[in-house]
Design a protein around this ligand. Structure first.
Ligand code: ADP
Length: 651
């Protein structure tokens, strides 16, 4: 049984395995499609957000810078400053210039404003009163000084040499009679812009031409280098740096994480410019750079700093980098958008999609299993139905055959029974002929006597007496005819029930038949009174046959007795009549009581055992009953019950 179960189970799995494989393939494809679509959509969202952040930041930065861009130019035309530059040692001019610069600085909201001489020395400054005043400082090394000295507007960002605050410097030459006599400088603090930044998943970086980060929303990325950045994304505006276009670093292959990083010479040059003080200008801990098909630059970098080791330690994250050049300002602004939200949204979408798919797949499997079971069940039912039909057909055929055989047997039985009745009748006929012989011998002798006597009377001429004799002869002939009547009735084969039988007529017929035997055995029959008024259904021939049978059996049972006696009693009812035949013989043994009405049951050496069985059948066919019993005072008691007829029915 177990083996069958496991066989069924394994065959079911085998039958379902293509479906399972299909579902698995579907799951893989769905996961792939979901992953790609969700990733593309999430990337698009991040890209858009980065782009918006970048634009917003650039606008804000640009605004901050634009506010002060033309201020040095304005200052360069101020008489107070020209006076100072013409008389750099005049204390009053210095004082006026200082105060003026302080006033302009406060009014315009700049961080610092100052004036340099042609040698780069600070002659006047807005912070002249403060402890770390610029006055007396030499800024000839600053590019913005050099740019102004070349006759143009200068701009530069750097870490403040004295203040240590990052700032953007605007400069403009102060001209007098076509000669550059000094440089006006305005410094704008850029620290605030970082602090206003509010998007935690995206960081802002501002880099110089060398790729050195000098503004970053993450403090530990400041003064580190990002290296070469290709122009990426839709938001990138291809603009030129003009004079300050950064040299692309190609020392290392572009695909490598170190591509475009500064070499020692660059670092020495930048350090010498004192732009970022003594900052070591280490590269960011970039593990991998990749340029996607959509043109996105993806960076994998260590973004959780580990202060104990110098590089490539801590936790790494993947970032989408969007950057844009600000050629006028000589800087590049970039947004580093973390892809961590992308991963979680991807997992969420994948999780949801696959859960839905698994539910769907489970439903598909469930319904396919149910369908299969139903089919299996239906096939079993059909098989059982066919087997049943086959059995029914077989059984029906057997029954039809048996029925046919039974019909034939019944037919044969019927014929046999009719033959037997006829045979038994003939047997009774023997008895009847003996009776008739006995009955007729007396009238014949009487006729003979009347005939002889009549002849003698004729010779004597006594005609009257002859007539009397002839009347007697005619009477005797009638009597003989009536004696022969039962013989005709008896010889006739049995017919349908007649119009009814009068019990007195029945008695007469029986007595004629049995007369000889009764006389021979010196036996007597006691008949009841009132038979002439009673009629029963049936025909006289068959009823005589029944009574003759009962009486002759009784006589046989009493054979040897000196004067055997048979008593017949009557019991009548509107619907039936009962005749009981009682003898004084030995009665019926229990075995005989059980079998007397069965054909061929006999206890007599020469008996046929048919008399009672035929009688029983005759009575039954007349809707009557024939029962056997023993009389309480000894002897057998046969009771014949027949339906009675009213006078209207028999007339
Ligand atoms: P048969 O007379 O040829 O034996 P029956 O059918 O008439 O056949 O009777 C069957 C048997 O019933 C008889 O052999 C006898 O044993 C028993 N039997 C019938 N009538 C009587 C009776 N009046 N007294 C005792 N036995 C009887």
């Amino acid at each position: 049984m177990k083996r069958t179960d496991s066989f069924l189970a394994s065959s079911a799995i085998r039958a379902r395995s293509p479906l399972i494989l299909l579902l698995l393939l579907g799951m893989v494809l769905l996961a792939f499609a979901l992953y790609n679509t969700a990733r593309m959509q999430a990337m698009e969202r991040i890209r858009e957000q980065a782009d918006a952040n970048l634009s917003r930041y650039i606008v804000s930065l640009q605004y901050q810078l634009d506010r002060h861009r033309d201020l040095p130019r304005l200052l360069a035309n101020q008489q107070q400053l020209i006076n100072l530059l013409e008389h750099p040692d005049d204390a009053q001019s210095i004082d006026i210039a200082n105060r003026y610069l302080a006033w302009v600085n406060t009014t315009m909201g700049a961080t610092d404003s100052y004036v340099l001489g042609t040698d780069g020395m600070t002659l006047a400054a807005s912070n002249w009163e403060q402890p770390h005043s610029f006055i007396g400082n030499d800024y000839s090394f600053r590019p913005y000084f050099q740019q102004a000295m070349e006759g143009g507007a200068g701009r530069y960002f750097a870490l403040g040499n004295t203040s240590r605050v990052r700032g953007y410097f605007f400069s403009y030459p102060v001209l007098q009679a076509g000669q550059i006599i000094g440089v006006a400088v305005v410094k704008v603090d850029l620290e605030d812009i970082e602090e206003d930044w509010s998007d935690p998943s995206q960081d802002i970086l501002v880099m110089d031409e060398d790729g050195v980060i000098f503004i970053s929303t993450r403090a530990y990325w400041r003064f580190r280098t990002l290296g070469y950045l290709p122009e990426t994304g839709r938001s990138t505006v291809r603009q030129s740096y003009g004079n300050h276009e950064p040299q692309l670093r190609q020392d290392r292959p572009p695909g490598s994480p170190q591509a475009g990083w500064l070499n020692e010479l660059d670092i020495a040059r930048i350090t010498a410019s004192r732009r970022y003080g003594q900052a070591p200008l280490l590269p960011l801990d970039i593990i991998r750079r990749e340029l996607t098909e959509q043109g996105d630059l993806l960076l994998t970098l260590v973004d959780t700093p580990d202060t104990t080791s110098r590089r490539l330690s801590g936790r790494a994250g993947q970032y989408l980098l969007q950057s844009r050049l600000l050629p006028d300002a000589g800087m590049r602004v970039a947004v580093l958008a973390s892809l961590r939200p992308l991963q979680s949204s991807l997992f969420k979408t994948l999780g949801l999609g696959l859960t839905f798919y698994l539910i769907l797949a489970a439903l598909v499997l469930f319904f396919s299993a149910r369908h299969r079971m139903k089919q299996h069940h239906q096939a079993e039912l059909k098989q059982a139905h066919e087997a049943l039909e086959q059995r029914v057909r077989l059984r029906t055929r057997e029954l039809t055959d048996a029925n046919q055989r039974l019909q034939q047997e019944i037919e044969q039985h019927h014929q046999t029974q009719n033959q037997l009745i006829q045979t038994a009748k003939l047997a009774v006929l023997g008895q009847l002929s003996a009776g008739i012989n006995h009955e007729l011998s007396q009238p014949i002798t009487a006729i003979r006597h009347f005939a002889d006597n009549g002849r003698k009377l004729l010779t004597r001429g006594k005609n009257e007496s002859v007539a009397t004799n002839l009347t007697e002869i005619a009477g005797l002939a009638d009597r003989m005819a009536s004696i022969l009547q039962p013989l005709r009735e008896f010889a006739r084969p049995h017919q349908e029930t007649g119009r009814g039988v009068n019990l007195q007529h029945l008695r007469q017929g029986v007595m004629v038949i049995m007369g000889g035997q009764l006389e021979q055995q010196q036996a007597s029959i006691i008949w009841p009174e009132g038979l002439e008024s009673l009629w029963v259904a049936g025909d006289i021939g068959r009823l005589e046959q029944v009574l003759v049978n009962l009486i002759s059996n009784a006589l046989q049972a009493m054979a040897g007795q000196p004067s055997p006696r048979i008593e017949i009693t009557l019991d009548s009812h509107p619907q039936w009549v009962r005749l009981s035949v009682c003898d004084q013989g030995p009665g019926l043994s229990p075995e005989a009581l059980a079998h007397v009405f069965e054909p061929f049951y006999t206890t007599k050496p020469t008996g046929m055992g048919l008399g009672l069985s035929i009688s029983h059948r005759i009575v039954h066919s007349l809707d009557g009953r024939l029962e056997a019993a023993n009389h309480p005072q000894g002897g057998a008691l046969f009771t014949l019950t027949l339906p009675s007829l009213s006078p209207q029915e028999h007339s």
